[in-house]
Design a protein around this ligand. Structure first.
Ligand code: SF4
Ligand code: SF4
Length: 299
């Protein structure tokens, strides 16, 4: 990956030296060779820390919501195709302005699951990457100021792995069976809110769960409060979630949050023909009205 790293570091150095940006958000080596972590570079002499490889899983767009980052003004950020979709939604929703961002796009053919990487896995295959990589149609970031080509080959798919199988299995359940399934999953939730913190699109300065006048959500641990929290978060992300999977990756009790997000995304696409994050100039799906919209529910 030396070539990629050299290109990345040159772009970052040029941007910092010319003062086009005052901060670069990227990746650097972590606690072992198969673990990468975010890094924040403000000085040209530190760009040698920047690196990118098939372990660069984090969606760095999550940091753009932080006041500590916003205060830097113009920022450079390293994005994969999936991360760029988050950036697009943030721009669509006026949370980030295009002129304040230099997008350093990196082509990516998949990132290796962290649980496998921690055991030393380095091979990129349909069995070692996250499900989101198997479904990815945006290996190359569409919107970018710089683009660094991918060093990895495309994953060959045997056809044995069906990324939508779990959603289809849930779809085939009765309402009662779905209720049992989700009650069991939500029962595990410890209300740590790691899912919210890891999400690039959960950016409200005061989350609904922290409001107590009126109290919209029962913040206690229990059947009703747990379901309220997980469902309201899913609804707040409906038509916005770009499927980066960071919420599920952050959840310490392994609730399959991507099943909810994936189902919502599929429904939004089926009902409104909209896919989140693909077009920075598109109006958010719930921000527009069309006479051809699905209106059966108000009959
Ligand atoms: S809800 Fe999860 S998958 Fe969707 S954008 Fe947020 S972190 Fe990513
Ligand atoms: S990360 Fe998991 S356990 Fe924590 S609040 Fe979210 S769903 Fe619940």
């Amino acid at each position: 990956m030396a070539n990629i790293d050299e290109k990345l570091q040159k772009i970052a150095r040029d941007l910092l030296e010319s003062k086009e940006v005052s901060l670069i958000i990227g990746y650097t080596g972590g606690s072992h060779p198969q673990r990468m972590r975010p890094v924040f570079i403000t000085k040209p002499e530190d760009v040698g820390r920047l690196s990118f490889n098939r372990h660069s899983v984090q969606d760095l767009a999550v940091f753009l919501k932080k006041q500590e980052v916003k205060k830097f003004g113009r920022i450079g950020i390293v994005v994969k195709g999936c991360d760029e979709k988050a950036l697009n939604v943030l721009m669509q929703e006026y949370q980030v302005s295009r002129e304040n961002i230099k997008i350093i796009g990196v082509e990516c053919n998949g990132v290796i699951r962290q649980d496998l990487a921690d055991k030393g896995e380095t091979d990129l295959s349909e069995n070692t990457v996250y499900d989101k990589c198997l479904m990815c149609g945006e290996h190359t970031p569409i919107l970018h100021d710089y683009l660094i080509e991918c060093a990895d080959p495309q994953i060959s798919m045997s056809g044995d792995i069906k990324p939508f199988a779990k959603i289809e299995e849930l779809d085939s359940m009765s309402s009662e069976e779905k209720d049992v399934f989700w009650e069991k999953e939500f029962d595990k939730c410890i209300k740590c809110y790691a899912c919210r913190q890891a999400c690039p699109l959960c950016y409200c300065s005061r989350c609904i769960v922290e409001k107590n006048v009126p109290q919209w959500i029962d913040t206690n641990f229990g059947k009703i409060g747990n379901a309220q929290w997980n469902l309201i978060r899913a609804y707040h992300l409906a038509g916005r979630c770009i499927g980066c999977g960071e919420c599920e990756r952050a959840c310490p009790v392994n609730i399959p949050l991507m099943l909810i997000n994936g189902k919502m995304a599929r429904s939004i696409h089926d009902l409104f023909g909209y896919k989140s994050g693909l077009d920075v100039d598109a109006k958010p799906v719930f921000g527009v009205f069309s006479e051809s919209d699905f209106n059966d529910f108000i009959k």
